[in-house]
Write a protein of this length. Sequence first.
Length: 849
Amino acid sequence: MPDYHPQDLDRKWQLRWAESRAFEVSADPSRPKFYCLEMFAYPSGHAHVGHLRNYIIGDVVARTKWMRGYNVLHPFGWDAFGLPAENAAIKSGIHPEVSTRDNIAHMKGQLQRLGISYAWERELATCDAEYYKWNQWLFIRMFERGLAFRKKSSVNWCPVDKTVLANEQVVDGGCWRCGTPVETRDLEQWFFKITAYADELLDATKHLTRWPEKVLTMQQNWIGRSEGAYVKFPLDPESGVPSAGHIEVFTTRIDTIFGATFVLLGPEHPLVAQFAERSKDPAGFKRQAHAFRMQDRAARMSGDIEKQGFDTGFRATNPFTGQAVPIWVANFVLGEYGTGAVMAVPAHDQRDFEFARKFNLPIRVVVTPDGRSAASDSMTEAAPAYGTLVDSGEFSGLGSEDAQKRMTEWALGRGIGEGTVQFRLKDWGISRQRYWGTPIPMIYCDRDGIVAVPDDQLPVRLPPLAQFTGRGDSPLAQVPEFVNVTCPRCGGPARRETDTMDTFVDSSWYFYRFADPRNDAKPADPAALKYWLPVDFYVGGVEHAILHLIYSRFFARVFRDIGLVDHSEPFTQLLTQGMVLKDGAVMSKSKGNVVDPDTMLQKYGADALRLYVMFVAPPEKEVEWSDAGLEGSFRFLSRVWRLVDHWAGPLADRSTQRDDAPLDAAGKALRRKTHDTVRRVTMDIEQRQQLNTAVSALMELVNELYSFSEETATGSPARHATAGAASATQERAEVVTVVAEALDALVRMLAPFAPHTGEELWERLGHRGGLSAARWPAFDAAVAKAEQIVIPVQVNGKVRSRLTVPADTTEAELERLALADPPVMAHTHGKTVRKVVVAKGRLVSVVVQ
RNA sequence: GCGAAAGUGGCGGAACUGGCAGACGCGCCAGACUUAGGAUCUGGUACCCGAGAGGGUAUGGGGGUUCGAGUCCCUCCUUUCGCACCA
């Protein structure tokens, strides 16, 4: 057998897998399915080893599941729309479609050279019209159900480039391209009504038992449910307010309402404009309010901003106390949360406290720990804790929680308030004034208003674009043939929507499309969806913990409500893999610390790279790249190679193998190690996803096989003593038997990590049909268990001796043996044995004195 | 500020429900085989005392529960991540 040349094996087996279409699957209800998915890739150009970790983890699981007898769906695709390609086009003039296709081709080659077991026939790219057609179809279904709607909202606006900026494109409060301070503008945008599912998305997190706790907490915080009440504060006509009416506030602390000594409006609040007109100095009023609004996004990026505010001069009435309270405008009140107005309770809210002290507004203490009235003079900070109500009229003496219930009822009875639930989660704005995305399939007609493009006219294709300037509004508005259409309803002249969809729409349902990616009548056939979905195992970076994973959970519910699927959660198990660092930093082109996988593949082959990345740390952890570690993995594979080489001769003739052959001690020990390794590796991969310890278990088995080879006088595999080994073991059927069992198991368990080497060695061990025909090794729990075990004996908590005993030794017998053991007696001599604790099969603990 | 996770040899990391801390690998040291080896194999490698047998100390610091704690509880420190004026 030739020396280990992994590069040749890579080529050989990758070609074979492609020719035999080894990983293509079809739905087969007679077999259990397993849908293994790694987050699809943004085709940025070249993948570095950090990107690849994700795919290797998925591949180890997928390949193991194949061998475990599952019908495994393991597809891959490209999240191909997006800003970087368009920005590159603005710089270089190369059309995003061209650069994207180039990048896809390159990255696909990288994944194939790594030997990832993808069903390439199902490959998709979101920039294919055959894919984004269904974005549009889904958008229209959502529009019909009121889940897609238009709304005016505040966006970041660069006055120089005349374009909307995503939050990520605002750098230190300025435009990322020209540095101009960003303004806030109100624009009509398309939204998805994700808030309709806020409660459900939150509640269901408790059923996601196979998701990382961390991701669930992040989602829970993001959704941010808080229970409270709306309360109406009537405007005080005596203060000269422009109209009758009220200010509605949202509060989670209605129990403190007797301490509400003023009301705060956010600068966006509709009443602010009305008050401005009626104020003594309308221009000054507007100027201040405007200043707050400009402050908002820009200032928040750069850290804390000082609490500022001004008195409107108008008043409202606290409906509980009946007292008039001044109305102020404050920069820290958010327009988009609650009602955009708050009742200020300076005694019990830190922000209100600071505000009151700064502007000398009254502070009333209405909740105390002991139920006794207190003055506010000596307070240095707010007292937000729950307690007993004081100076709160008929509610005085109640505990905070009790009071919240009673006061909400009281308000409801008088029609001035009601209990409510608020979410931090906002509706999802999906309009982008960009070219490289899915056109929103809507038409504006002067007569018929907003009209959806009829299904039979889908897809609305992205037109070619002559120039990428990066200036002005939506680039699609520059293409008259695209914009000017006839209204599908009345046939009159109409305009197309020129915004495109957020690319997160594309990635929110691609896992459904994989079930049936060429369907041209539906997003996917319901029967295929029913068989393959939900995804059993999903791998990706934590950076998607919130956006992508919440949007996908939202889309799953939309699919459900449209009747396409009958589940609610798309991903049963989620694994968030850690990043690969180099020199302590995330790999990135700009930092120049990128490790190029192709260089590594040329040097060590795909298997060593895969094995190293799996072995270096548990999948969720961050790892520091090490060339030396990679070499270690290469050495290990060479070691396995030589081991198989060493035994290939004796094992060639399997007829000498006899399962009933009597085993000597060494044989038994090897057999036990083999079975125990199968047990450990199976559990590590399938249940714990602890792939690093699975690899170390395999290394232990290899070490054991090397020792065994020495002991059985067949010589060391290190020295290629092939001929000698063959004759020496010819008549030793039991040796052949246990070694064959060990190597067969070893090679099959190694295969998910190192598939090329695995296939080659499996063949060399005399098996036909390749690993796709091989089954995962089984283990016998009785064999895996040791006959003789070592029991440590502690005296006063310190290990003083070790007993080697049969595994089934009784507790009484263990106690007797321990106390009679000379090293133990040396420590118990002359002392009183107070207590003996026997943990069966584990340890004996003796307490003396 | 709020929330979450994590602190174990020179390094990456093991230790399943409390039960021999440091598996496995990297690095390092010694030996073997070699013309040579940066190939390969074998042995060693937490720290301190001791020639040795052996003894002592160790899982961020301090305290607690327990026959027994890396693991459970309290407290403090550090690091990383997420949300950050959410009323």
